[in-house]
Design a protein around this ligand. Structure first.
Ligand code: ADP
Ligand code: ASP
Ligand code: MG
Length: 460
C-alpha cells in the first residue's frame, strides 16, 4: 500500500504537549491510511543551538559550548520526563538512546575546541543530533501510546553525496529507503525517522541544509512512491504572503507544483525550495497542514491546480540580499562576457537568484554573500563592479500571469512609489520579480497584498 509521508516541523515537536498532539494526529492518520512514515525535525531552536555551539567551539570559547549543549540536554530530558512521567524504566531506556547523541556531540565539539578547526563534516555530525534525538524520542513515545512504530535511522534510509549541504542520491535512496522502511510498513507499523539527516555510501553523516526536513520528506516520498506528502507546520497552509510581514495573509487552498516551487525559491519559508522536485518527478500531491489545527484543510499542491480565476496566487520575499552590478570594461565585446561573469559565480560556488542584463552590463542578486569579496576581485579583472547590500527580492507568483499580460503591469503599477532596482519576468512567465531596498519590503508587500488579495473580488 502506498504510504503517506507526514513531516512535522520544529515547532510541531517543540515540547511534550506538541509531541502529544503529533501522536494523536499520527494515530488518526494510521487508522485511516494504514501506511504511514513520520519524518520529524529537531525540536524548535535545537539546530540553531547546535550550530551556535559549533561556532563557539571553532572560536575556542568552551563556556558557551558547555552551556548550549547543557541547555539542549535539559530540554530533552524535561520532555522525556514529562512524556514518560511515571515509568522510570522507560525513562532510562529512552534517555540512553537520546543521550548517546549528546555524548557524540560533546566529543566532536571538544575536538573542535582543541583544534580550533570546524570542518563541514564536523558541523554536519553535530547538527544531525537534533533530528536523531527528536526522532528517537518520538518513536519511543508513539510505541508507549500503543501506536505500533519503529525508528528508522535516516543515515541508513537517505543516501547523499558528500557535500555540505548534501544532495540526495535518488537511486541509492530508493533502494535504501525501501530496504529500511518497507519491512516496517509491511508489518503494519509506522516508520519514524529524522528529517534533514542522511549519510554518504561510506556512512559519513550529512545534512540537507537549513529547513531540509521538508526535503527529506519529499525524497523519501518519491523513493517510496508515496500517496501523499504532508508538511505539518505552525500555519494553516501556504499563505498569500509571509504572515510575519503581511498580517492579512490568508490560506491558498490549491497551488500548482510550479507555483509552489517559485514561492519556496523566492522566500516562502513554509516549504524548503527543493521539496517540490522529488514530488514532481512522481506527481505526488503535497499538502501543507497546521499541527495545532489539524482539521483545517490546509493547502494542496498538485501538478495542476484548479484556479478559481485569481490573478496572483501568492507573493513572497527574500530579504537582505546583495546586488552585484557588472559592467563590461570592453564595451560591445559582448560575446563571452556573460560566460565569464557566470564562471566567476560558479567558481565561487555562489548561486545567483535574479539576473537582468543590458548591452554592456549585467546585474545579479546573491543571497549568500560569504564569498562576495573574492567574487568582486575576480570580476574586477575584466569589468567594473558595484556591490550593493541591504536589498530584497519581492516576487509575485501565479500561473495566470502566463495568460494575462496585464497583470504583470498591474504588479509594477502597484509598486510605483518604490524605487525598483531590477525587474524581471522569466521564460516561465509565472512570476514577476522586483529587487528593491530591503527597508521598503513591509510597505511594498502590504501594498501588493492589499491590491491583489484583500480586494480580490474588486480586481477580477
Ligand atoms: P517548520 O519548523 O514547521 O518547518 P518553518 O518555520 O520552516 O516551519 O516554516 C513555517 C513558517 O513559514 C511560518 O510560521 C511562516 O512564518 C513562514 N512563512 C513565510 N512565508 C509563508 C507563506 N507564504 N505561507 C505560510 N508561511 C510562510
Ligand atoms: N532542523 C533543521 C533546521 O532547523 C531542519 C528542519 O527543521 O527542517 O534547519
Ligand atoms: Mg521548515
Amino acid at each position: 500500500m502506498a504510504p503517506v509521508i507526514m513531516k512535522f516541523g520544529g515547532t510541531s515537536v517543540a515540547d511534550a504537549a506538541a509531541i502529544r498532539q503529533v501522536s494523536s494526529i499520527v494515530r488518526r492518520a494510521h487508522d485511516s491510511y494504514g501506511s504511514v512514515v513520520v519524518v520529524v525535525s529537531a525540536m524548535a531552536k535545537v539546530t540553531d543551538g547546535l550550530l551556535a555551539a559549533c561556532a563557539a567551539a571553532r572560536d575556542g570559547h568552551s563556556h558557551p559550548v558547555d552551556e548550549l549543549v547543557a541547555s539542549i540536554e535539559t530540554r530533552h530530558r524535561a520532555v522525556v520526563q514529562e512524556l514518560f512521567g511515571d515509568d522510570a524504566a522507560a525513562i532510562t531506556d529512552v534517555w540512553t538512546l537520546v543521550s548517546h547523541y549528546l555524548h557524540d556531540v560533546r566529543s566532536v565539539l571538544s575536538s573542535v575546541l582543541i583544534l580550533r578547526e570546524l570542518t563541514p563534516r564536523g558541523t554536519d555530525r553535530v547538527a544531525a543530533a537534533g533530528e536523531l534525538m527528536s526522532s528517537r524520542l518520538i518513536a519511543a513515545f508513539l510505541s508507549r501510546e500503543g501506536i505500533g512504530s519503529r525508528w528508522v535511522d535516516p543515515r541508513a534510509a537517505l543516501l547523499t553525496d558528500s557535500r555540505s549541504p548534501a544532495l540526495p542520491l535518488m537511486r541509492e535512496t530508493q533502494a535504501a529507503a525501501t530496504g529500511e522502511i518497507g519491512p516496517v510498513l509491511s508489518a503494519g507499523e509506522i516508520a519514524v525517522t529524522g528529517g534533514f539527516v542522511g549519510a554518504t555510501g561510506e556512512g559519513i553523516t550529512t545534512t540537507l541544509g537549513r529547513g531540509g526536513s521538508d526535503f527529506s520528506a519529499a525524497v523519501l516520498g518519491a523513493a517510496l512512491t508515496a500517496r501523499e506528502i504532508q508538511i505539518w507546520t505552525d500555519v494553516d497552509g501556504m499563505l498569500t504572503a509571509d504572515p510575519r510581514i503581511v498580517r492579512a495573509a490568508h490560506v491558498v487552498p490549491q497551488l500548482s507544483f510550479d507555483e509552489a516551487s517559485e514561492l519556496a525559491y523566492f522566500g516562502a519559508k513554509v516549504l524548503h525550495p527543493s521539496t517540490i522536485l522529488p514530488a514532481v518527478e512522481r506527481s505526488i500531491p503535497v499538502r501543507i497542514l497546521n499541527t495545532r489545527r489539524p482539521d483545517v484543510p490546509g493547502t494542496l499542491i498538485l501538478p495542476q491546480a484548479a484556479n478559481p480565476g485569481r490573478k496572483l496566487t501568492a507573493i513572497a520575499c527574500k530579504r537582505d540580499i546583495t546586488v552585484v552590478d557588472v559592467t563590461s570594461s570592453r564595451m560591445l565585446l559582448a560575446h563571452g562576457f556573460l560566460r565569464r561573469v557566470f564562471e566567476v559565480f560558479e567558481r565561487q560556488e555562489t548561486s545567483v537568484d535574479v539576473v537582468t542584463t543590458s548591452e554592456v552590463s549585467v546585474s545579479v542578486t546573491v543571497d549568500d554573500d560569504r564569498r562576495i569579496d573574492a567574487i568582486a576581485r575576480e570580476l574586477s579583472d575584466f569589468a567594473t563592479v558595484r556591490i550593493e547590500t541591504g536589498m530584497a527580492i519581492v516576487c509575485a507568483v501565479g500561473d495566470q500571469l502566463r495568460t494575462d499580460p496585464l497583470t504583470a503591469g498591474q504588479v509594477l503599477g502597484t509598486l510605483e512609489q518604490f524605487p525598483l532596482r531590477m525587474v524581471s519576468q522569466a521564460a516561465s512567465r509565472r512570476n514577476v520579480t522586483v529587487v528593491l531596498n530591503d527597508s521598503d519590503v513591509p510597505a511594498a508587500m502590504s501594498r501588493l497584498h492589499e491590491a491583489f488579495f484583500s480586494r480580490e473580488e474588486a480586481m477580477l
